[in-house]
Ligand binder design. Sequence first.
Ligand SMILES: [Zn+2]
Length: 285
Amino acid sequence: MIDFIPKIHKYESTVGMFYVNAFLVESANSVVAIDATLANSSVADLRSMINDKIKKPLVGVLLTHGHPDHYTGIAELIKGFGDIPVISTEGTLSQAHSRDAEESGYLGSPNAFGQDYPAVRVFPNQIVKDGFKVSFDDVEFTLEDLGPCESDDDTTWTINIDNVEHVFSGDIVYNYMHTFFRDGHSANWLKQLDYVQQKYNINTVFHGGHGADYGIETIYWQKSYNLAFLRLLKELVGEKPTLNTEEQQLLFTRMQQFLPNTNLLFLSGWQFDDMVNALRIDGIL
Ligand SMILES: [Zn+2]
């Protein structure tokens, strides 16, 4: 009998304009999810991929980072699959808890997701550290903790299929979409983009949290986007506490030059003043 070659199934949600991805890794007898999207309707699509298309049980969920568009759907996703592991680092768990406390009221409101926001959220139940390895069937997943980058703790999960590394890279690269700087860890983020770019090779496939799959070349794009954004913001804000509406508009009009679309534009202006503060604390502004 020929061994089953693992298959990666991608799901991209367009609900609520998040364009967030989740991935299902199918092995001989089971399925593992990487991230879980946010909205009930997205999770229903993901579950239908598992139950109607793949037709194998979900045996684990691996989380890349603790932002709401990635963890909020976990409760609905794992329903009926028993007491399965939901795995992340401590940093990812603690950010998921704090973001849930801060934002679930807004995200569940009629102005945001309303009824499409999961009434119950479930958080990781297995906390692991950098270098952790776990196998489901014959597929081995390795966690790398990059520390605070786009979120308070960004991690990657890597598997090897036929000598090609597949890296589930969360939101360290957005792949031609506006990028979220609210958490303010831009210095370490740039450092880790350099590191990831050096570590992998031309055949590596990155499966990111937003946008199409990519290779190491796209990491150059993300670095440029980050450097340009921070440079323009620094000039515009100077010593002022924040930017006014016109200045923010100028910033995003300029940043639009990097992009073929306006995806996630709303996200880059989200909590703008807090973002400026966070970037000041990080020392980049
Ligand atoms: Zn995201």
